[in-house]
Design a protein around this ligand. Structure first.
Ligand SMILES: [Zn+2]
Length: 467
């Protein structure tokens, strides 16, 4: 009897110990129902070719579960302009972002005159996270989670990002370690001491491009991928929008070795040994971006609508080397934009292989996203939702809903909201004006190292030199 009692006591103690050790399972975050991936410069011709050959398996799966088509670049191919048109559904004269610089300043979100995707969705009470989108700095409050396009300028280890970099501030950029990056893309023997070479030495240009056009952009894209992954895994979301710039950077930098014929026809010496070692970079970067697409798709709802798009495509640019209006280093570039962009829609709500009769433009993107979310679109958006690409069931559940405009004044903005907006704008401007001395502002805004060495003149001068 005593033996049985001690056995029962031992069992009780074991069970009690197990109970104490069991952690309550954290609730899983709600996964996004819409994933938008912006891939700067992703050329539709290359995507089509490499999806066909199986070299881009994740994009290939998306196309197999939906459709791929091309966008006509009716607002030009200047990236800040096009990505802002995508986000606002408006032409440049209406949204205010007309180029890389405005009045001598690098363009930023305070130049945008109209609400963007993240403002519109937050207004609709949808939970949105925007990561790295072009012209999203300063990060706007009350627009969901925004990791701005200047987050990558800083080293934020062990610190919380300052105002304007990320909203809410608790989300902080962390850099993935960048090791062995060049061998992943190219067998060229990268020389980190290239700056000591003569500028007319061919190795100077190649190493410059490897550092500025491959290492730098890989660092940027991997950081935003890391943040997007963390946000997707930990936050309740309806919409996740992520932007990567790498295809554009490597397209500009390495086209000559990827497609040497137009350059050779123009009399440029393109040694075959360099083609063998550097011609791999563009396909390998597309493959890297494909892996990022797969990573993001696996972190949203399995029935989510996935939209992948670019702002323009790419072409050979042999004229660059002789262009007098380009700086000497810009003449190292050999790829340039072309006016066709990529569009992939995928998910159970998309008709497989569907197409539309009319031409598709970047103005159609926002109305399409709002249609898919069953959110009202604006009648002052000249684009149209691409309803032809969706299944009949999906369309039937979405009656045509519209408002006059997404601009706050058009929907009866209150005086209080207006004064809040004004205050936010002035806060953004003060962070740009280099009034603060912390590390983040030093990195993000002007390069000043302390408040004593910082003045508006120096700040704006430093910002000009970044252009
Ligand atoms: Zn570009």
């Amino acid at each position: 009897m005593r033996a049985l009692a001690s056995c029962l006591l031992a069992c009780f103690l074991v069970v009690a110990a197990c109970d104490r050790g069991a952690e309550p399972e954290a609730p899983k975050p709600e996964r996004a129902k819409l994933l938008v991936i912006g891939l700067d410069g992703l050329d539709p011709g290359l995507v089509s070719k490499w999806v066909g050959s199986g070299a881009l398996p994740h994009l290939g799966r998306l196309v197999a579960r939906g459709t791929m088509t091309t966008i006509d670049c009716v607002v030009g191919t200047s990236s800040p302009v096009v990505w802002t048109t995508v986000a606002t559904g408006l032409v440049p004269d209406e949204h205010g972002v007309t180029g890389f610089t405005i009045d001598g300043d690098p363009v930023n979100a305070s130049h945008r005159k109209r609400p963007a995707l993240w403002n519109i969705l937050a207004e609709q009470k949808l939970r949105v996270a925007t990561v790295g989108w072009m012209v999203s700095w300063p990060a706007e409050p009350d627009a969901g989670i925004v990791v701005s396009d200047r987050a990558w300028w800083g080293d934020f280890d062990d610190k919380v990002a300052p105002d304007g970099i990320v909203e809410p501030r608790r989300h902080r950029p962390r850099l993935d370690p960048v090791r062995q990056v060049v061998p992943r893309f190219s067998s060229y023997p990268y020389d980190p001491n290239w700056k000591f070479l003569r500028e007319d030495d061919p190795r100077y240009a190649i190493n410059y491009l490897l550092e500025k056009r491959l290492l730098g952009i890989f660092r940027r894209d991997s950081m935003y991928a890391s943040m997007a992954r963390e946000i997707a895994e930990t936050q309740d979301l309806d919409v996740l929008a992520v932007y990567f710039q790498g295809p554009d950077y490597v397209g500009h930098g390495f086209w000559k070795w990827f497609e040497p014929e137009p350059f050779r026809q123009a009399g440029v010496d393109v040694p075959q040994a360099d083609v063998d070692r550097l011609g791999t970079i563009i396909p390998a970067y597309y493959s890297y971006v494909d892996s990022l697409v797969g990573m993001l798709v696996s972190r949203v709802d399995e029935d989510a609508l996935i939209v992948v798009l670019s702002d323009h495509g790419f072409r050979a640019w042999p004229e660059a080397r002789n262009a007098r209006d380009l700086s000497s280093k810009a003449r190292f570039l050999s790829g340039n934009h072309r006016e066709k962009a990529t569009l992939i829609l995928s998910g159970p709500q998309v008709r497989r292989g569907a197409s539309v009769e009319r031409r598709i433009t970047h103005l159609d993107v926002l109305p399409t996203l709002l249609f898919a979310l069953d959110a009202p679109r604006a009648r002052d958006n000249s684009g149209q939702p691409l309803v032809e690409l969706f299944t009949e069931d999906f369309v039937a559940k979405r009656p045509d809903r519209s408002v006059a405009s997404h601009a706050p004044e058009a929907v009866g903005e209150s005086a209080q909201t207006k004064s809040d907006t004004k205050r936010r704008t002035s806060t953004s401007r003060s962070s740009r004006s280099c009034a603060r001395s912390d590390t983040f502002v030093r990195h993000a805004s002007c390069g000043c190292s302390s408040s004593s060495s910082c003045s508006r003149e120096r700040c704006s001068g430093a910002r000009r030199s970044r252009t």
